[in-house]
Design a protein around this ligand. Structure first.
Ligand code: PGA
Ligand code: ZN
Length: 433
């Protein structure tokens, strides 16, 4: 068979933070080769697949020698002779062999690289771009992007408490136009930071380093930047926040906003964000409460889930079961899909399918530690996810994904459809009509 795996190879490469990460290649009988690289999070959820690191002194403990050895040893032996086109079988073989629920033994960074490399190899054997292989003849949309302007939280020395200050352009006609508007806003925000003496470099995902006196100060600066760019806040450009509240909760159920000098219980934390939603053109909120606070997530959904998108990242960790459990508790209306949180393509797709079956929205997402790997541009399109989150509008590990989406939109030609308002769950989409 042309998609029979003949060899699997792993190697250590370097990510956008200058840390080691895993790259895998899967070789097929046809001669086709697939390659993929594992990304790495900084604000990680406790229920994610394990990112296997060597520990010790070398590279600050971040070495991946054990994960690479797992790819070249156990995984390569396990997969040789298997059919790469059977993605579920390939992923199941790795998860079975690992033997733990969170892929702690082989490493989620090893399995995700191999899983994605197998997918790329299969598409290559068919002579198709990955998005088209995944679409399998169905009509799919290019995703609506959310793009970071200011980066904070764990990605910027906790200079702000909120982690991502992003924009969304659901009324753009194409992804090309979405990027053109974003470029204007990103530049204007840089100019604003410079003019006000607050330009201090870039955060982990390439957004402007947030020199603000409060979290709300960042929100109003973002509105100002949108206005300076010549676009209209709340009409063609909206705000999206990743609160990443897990990082604000030290385990006692109290949320500490260091920059604002305030401390909240669950209800007051929900009200803090609800107040921002009332006063700013916010369209999407991610992780407004911490990873095990399902009750708080339901409370937030009750408060503003009919008006804005409410995304679970650390609380759902790309896990179909957790998505269904959250939906049963009326908590959230969208899931962030990070393939490395799940550890395999099959598990990530299951979380996406679960969200679609519930009428939820889905956002395929990069991590704060990234590489030049552009797989997620293809997954977001080919899976018809509707949305994508990659980080800022600078630095090539981010721009590589945005640019790949331009190529995909061009390849679709007259058939291209931009997700726009249809990317959201029904009540949020209705508000945009
Ligand atoms: P991470 O952050 O990759 O550092 O976990 C991204 C996010 O929280 O969405
Ligand atoms: Zn997040």
């Amino acid at each position: 068979m042309k998609t029979t795996i003949t060899a699997v190879r792993g190697r250590q490469i370097w990510d956008s933070r200058g840390r080691p990460t895993v790259e895998a290649e899967v070789m097929l009988a046809s001669g086709a080769v697939g390659r993929a690289m594992a990304p790495a999070g900084a604000s990680r959820g406790a229920h994610e697949a394990i990112d296997l690191r060597d520990g010790g002194d070398r590279f600050g403990g971040m070495g991946v020698e054990r994960a690479v050895a797992a790819v070249n040893g156990e995984i390569a032996a396990l997969l040789a002779g298997r059919d790469a086109a059977d993605q579920a079988g390939l992923d199941e073989a790795m998860t079975q062999a690992d033997g733990t629920a969170n892929l702690a033994r082989l490493g989620g960074n090893a399995t995700v690289a191999v899983s994605l490399a197998g997918l790329h190899a299969t598409a290559a054997a068919e002579g198709l771009p990955l998005w088209a292989h995944l679409a399998a003849g169905r009509k799919v949309r290019t995703p609506l992007p959310e793009i970071q302007i200011f980066g904070g939280g764990a990605h910027a020395g906790r200079r702000t408490d909120v982690q991502d200050f992003m924009i969304m352009t659901p009324r753009a006609a194409t992804i090309r136009e979405a990027f053109e508007i974003t470029a204007d806003v990103f530049r204007a925000a840089g100019r604003l930071m410079e003019q006000t003496g607050r330009l201090a470099g870039a955060a982990d995902e390439g957004g402007w380093w947030p020199m603000f006196s409060s979290n709300e100060d960042a929100l109003s600066a973002l509105v100002q930047a949108i206005e300076m760019s010549g676009h209209r806040p709340g009409e063609d450009v909206f705000i999206s926040l990743d609160v990443a509240a897990n990082e604000l909760d030290s385990g006692d159920g109290r949320y500490r906003l260091g920059l604002d000098g305030s401390e909240f219980g669950r209800e007051a934390m929900v009200e803090r964000v609800a107040d921002w939603v009332r006063r700013y053109p916010i369209l999407s909120i991610e992780d407004p409460v911490s990873q095990d606070d399902l009750e708080g997530f339901a409370m937030a959904t009750q408060a503003y889930g009919d008006k804005v998108q409410l995304i679970g990242d650390d609380i759902l960790v790309t896990n179909a079961e957790r998505v269904r459990k959250a939906a049963a508790a009326n908590a959230g209306n969208a899931v962030l899909v990070k393939v490395n949180q799940a550890g395999t393509v099959t598990r990530a797709k299951a979380a996406l399918d679960a969200s679609k079956a519930l009428g939820w929205a889905a956002i395929v997402s990069a991590r704060s530690g990234e590489t030049e790997d552009v797989s997620i541009a293809h997954l977001a399109t080919g899976w018809d996810a509707g949305q994508i989150k990659v980080g800022s509008f600078s630095r090539s590990e981010r721009m590589a994904k945005w640019n790949e989406l331009l190529r995909i939109e061009e390849a679709m030609g007259a058939d291209a459809v931009f997700a726009g308002p249809s990317a959201f769950a029904a009540s949020v989409a209705a508000g945009l009509k």
